[in-house]
Design a protein around this ligand. Structure first.
Ligand code: B4P
Length: 189
C-alpha cells in the first residue's frame, strides 16, 4: 500500500498530477480542497464554515480538516494506494496523519514536493480563474494564499525532510515531463 503525499504551493499542479497518478497506478485520491468545495456546494455546516476561510485565502482550521480526512480514509480501506492531495497543509496536520497511519501500522511512503516559483503560480491561477468559477482564483486572494502557504504550509517540508520522506520535484515544464519525474519516484518505492 502506497501512501503518497502530493505537496506544493497553490497552483503547483497537485490536482493535475493526481489525475495522472490515478490513471496509471489506480490509487485512491483524497483532495481536501475537492471535499471542501463539495461541502460548500451542498451547503453543509462544514461547507458554510469553510467558505469564509477559503474566500479569504486562509486555511480551514486543523480540527475540521483532520476529522474530514479521517472520514475519507475510512471510506478507502481497500485501496491499493492513497494520494493525499493538498493535505497536510500544516505541521499539526502532518502529525495527525502520521498518528492515523501509525494506528494502521503504517506510515507515509513518500512526500512529493512540487516546486514552482511564485510568478508562474500566479500566472497559472489567474488563468484558471478565467474558467474555474472559483471565488479564490482572483489576484488578491491568490496573493493571500501564497502568504498563507509561506507562513503555515512551507514548514511541512522540514517535517518530512526530518522524517526521511521528502522528494523534491521540479514542477515546471510540460504536465507530461513532470508526471515522468513523479513516476520515477513512485516506481522506486
Ligand atoms: P486546493 O483545492 O488544494 O488547490 P490548489 O492549491 O489551489 O491547487 P493545485 O495545486 O491542486 O493546482 P492545479 O493542479 O489545479 O486548495 C484550495 C483551498 O482549500 C485552500 O486555499 C484552503 O483554503 C483550502 N484547503 C484545502 N486543503 C486544506 C487543508 N488540508 N487544510 C486547510 N485548508 C485547506 O493547477 C493549477 C492550474 O495550473 C490549473 O489551471 C492547471 O491546469 C495549471 N497547470 C498545472 N500544471 C501545469 C503545468 N505543468 N504547466 C502549466 N500549467 C499547469
Amino acid at each position: 500500500m502506497n501512501y503518497l503525499v502530493l505537496f506544493g504551493p497553490p497552483g503547483a499542479g497537485k490536482g493535475t498530477q493526481s489525475d495522472n497518478i490515478i490513471n496509471k497506478y489506480g490509487f485512491a485520491h483524497i483532495s481536501t480542497g475537492d471535499v471542501l468545495r463539495a461541502e460548500m456546494k451542498n451547503g453543509t455546516e462544514l461547507g458554510k464554515t469553510a467558505k469564509g476561510y477559503i474566500e479569504a485565502g486562509k486555511l480551514v482550521p486543523d480540527d475540521l480538516i483532520v476529522d474530514m480526512l479521517a472520514k475519507s480514509m475510512d471510506e478507502q480501506k481497500d485501496a491499493k494506494g492513497i494520494i493525499f492531495d493538498g493535505f497536510p497543509r500544516t505541521v499539526a496536520q502532518a502529525k495527525a496523519l502520521k498518528q492515523m497511519l501509525a494506528k494502521r501500522g503504517t506510515d507515509v511512503t513518500e512526500m512529493i514536493n512540487l516546486q514552482v516559483d511564485d510568478e508562474e503560480l500566479i500566472a497559472r491561477l489567474v488563468n484558471r480563474g478565467k474558467t474555474s468559477g472559483r471565488a479564490d482564483d482572483n489576484l488578491e486572494t491568490i496573493k493571500k494564499r501564497l502568504d498563507t502557504y509561506n507562513n503555515e504550509t512551507a514548514p511541512v517540508i522540514d517535517f518530512y525532510e526530518q522524517d526521511g520522506k521528502l522528494c523534491n520535484v521540479k514542477g515546471t515544464g510540460s504536465v507530461e515531463e513532470i508526471f515522468e519525474r513523479i513516476c520515477q519516484i513512485i516506481d522506486k518505492h
